[in-house]
Design a protein around this ligand. Sequence first.
Ligand code: PBG
Length: 327
Amino acid sequence: MDMTVRPRRLRNGETLRKMVRETRVDAASLVYPMFVMEGTDKVEEIDAMPGQYRYTVDRVGEKFKELFEAGVHAVMLFGIPDKKDEQASEAYNPCGVVQRALKEGKRVCPDMYYITDVCLCEYTSHGHCGVICDGDVLNDETLELLAKTALSHAEAGADMVAPSDMMDGRVAAIREVLDNNGFKNVPIMAYSAKYASAFYGPFREAAGSAPSFGDRKSYQMDFHNGREGIKEIMLDIEEGADIVMVKPAMSYLDIVANARDMVDLPIAAYSVSGEYAMVKAAAAKGWIDEDRIVAEMAVSAYRAGVDIYITYYAKEIAEMIQKGIIG
Ligand code: PBG
């Protein structure tokens, strides 16, 4: 056959394949989400997320150290309070569970980078991400509580805050309060294009944060909309976001790829609880090769253009990078 162009020439052997790789993965870009709860000396496995746990504050430090040694240098903390109320008081309590976990983390594993999820749904009695009046989630009234929460995280030592509530104007509100209180250098990673997704199901079990009535569609985005995701990203950048996020990851990489063409800021994608649970369940049945599936999911997010990948598989991915399985 007379063929000058033969793509297979560059697939001949692992050394050459690695040389011509378009996407390279680095453990420095991984973030591991974690749940901290009230109580003492408990590590509880989450039913719908085998291999993921809720930690009491006194037990979370050992996990930070284990992750750090495995090459995962950033975590994102979610709090599970004992007391929930209409005003989400525990979210901005200086002695709240996330605030104490931050202090413990800074003491036990000071080199870890601590990001906090800023939202009210784990702290409200009704499970919505904002203040409720007559069945509606109020936007502007919620902003004040979100800003208070972000400030209390910064005061407790958070290196970065990540608002996930999807209220309009929350990035600006948080930026203003942080700046006015001496936290000009604490970056905001905004969950900008966050879709109303069934992929969050296992998380809501983990955090006990399912809404007691209705759904989150009046604030999280409709998954039929791609351009609107870009609009949300642009708005958050105008309001002062330092990093923008797309969430979930796997089914939303078109949003990442489009944003990559338009945005110079770092882009994060969050591979959420449902993505993790699906892989775990199929792997437990012996139907898929877990490591290889996880590698493909991660690399596809980087290929689409993410700089930061938030995943419950962070430690496993860091280990795969170290072993040269991906990278
Ligand atoms: C809080 C929040 C949620 C997730 C991250 N922050 C749940 C939700 O919006 O219902 C989901 C994370 C996951 O599924 O892994 N608003």
